[in-house]
Design a protein around this ligand. Structure first.
Ligand code: C2E
Ligand code: MG
Ligand code: MG
Ligand code: MG
Length: 274
């Protein structure tokens, strides 16, 4: 069965996909072919600056445009890609595509914005610095318009991660901690890691209006600002979320309230709306 999730704009094939997709060897082959055939695409979701109410960035989110199954969510294949190592070439494709799209927007006269791309732990542990350097060179995108979203899990390998982050920072890119609050991190590491931004996980935003999460979110924001980090909230779905986050001095917000992830062409149509 294929359940149309509507809100997310793609069908979830969890059961069917995993059962029918036979075995991992076959799925791996499918993913490899998908990459060769250009079946992956990026959707872009706007990120708004709360004070200026301007779109200051987009997050690039990968989808698999399967010839038979339609648009497949990254939740369906990123874990496999990560497990098999295919995330390295697939992820590199995504970074290239995101940077060249952002450069194209700038060249077409749209206001300059940042593009955020997700890096899985395995990508971060690969020769990511060379990859980013090469992508920036090829796309001619100014490094300050690229944000790398990593997760707290990379903080486990402290020394190696710090040196990788330092090299990335030297290229001029920005680094954000995605899904912040759901993983392993400590104040000590937050202070020690050369990062620019925290992205508060959507699970905290969802309940912010009702529960103690408001205090939690408020505390994360104050802590981040004390450490000179910018804060973005993800999963912002309502006006109430926006008002509350604005009053808490959250810098940016991303979520269905502002816009769902959409193909580049569709984003262009709504560029100036808020
Ligand atoms: P993420 O980076 O935490 O992305 C946020 C997810 O939340 C996205 O799901 C987005 O569509 C969804 N979302 C955005 N706003 C809202 C909202 O207001 N409410 C709710 N309920 N959900 C919202 P998506 O696109 O399915 O991506 C899932 C995950 O797949 C991402 O989580 C990221 O970890 C991973 N991913 C996506 N693209 C890539 C990629 O190019 N490379 C890698 N390595 N991972 C990727
Ligand atoms: Mg992300
Ligand atoms: Mg996230
Ligand atoms: Mg997430």
């Amino acid at each position: 069965f294929a359940k149309n999730t509507g809100a997310n704009n793609y069908k979830l094939f969890t059961k069917e996909f995993l059962v029918h997709s036979q075995n991992k060897v076959e799925l791996e082959m499918d993913l490899r072919k998908a990459l060769e055939r250009g079946e992956f695409m990026l959707y872009y979701q706007p990120q708004y600056h709360l004070k200026t109410q301007e779109m200051v960035g987009v997050e690039a989110l990968i989808r698999w445009n399967h010839p038979k199954k339609g648009i497949i969510s990254p939740l369906e294949f990123i874990p496999f890609a990560e497990e098999s190592g295919l995330i390295i070439p697939i992820g590199e494709w995504a970074i290239r595509e995101a940077c060249s799209q952002n450069k194209t927007w700038q060249q077409s006269g749209y206001p300059a914005i940042a593009v955020s791309v997700n890096l899985s732990p395995r990508q971060f542990q690969s020769n990511i610095v060379e990859t980013i350097q090469s992508v920036l060179l090829d796309s001619e995108l100014d490094a300050k318009y690229l944000v790398l979203e990593i997760t707290e899990s990379i903080m486990m390998e402290v020394d190696k991660s710090i040196s990788t982050l330092k090299e990335l920072k030297m290229l001029g890119v920005k680094v954000s901690i995605d899904d912040f609050g759901t993983g392993y991190s400590s104040l000590y590491y937050l202070k020690k890691f050369p990062i620019d931004k925290l992205k508060i996980d959507q699970s905290f935003i969802r309940d912010i209006v009702h529960s103690n999460d408001e205090t939690l979110v408020k505390t994360i924001i104050i802590m981040a600002h004390t450490l000179n980090l910018q804060v973005i909230a993800e999963g912002v779905e309502t006006k109430k979320h926006v008002d509350l986050l604005t009053s808490l001095n959250c810098n940016e917000a991303q979520g269905f309230y502002f816009g769902k992830p959409v193909p580049a062409k569709e984003l262009e149509k709504t560029w100036h709306q808020f």
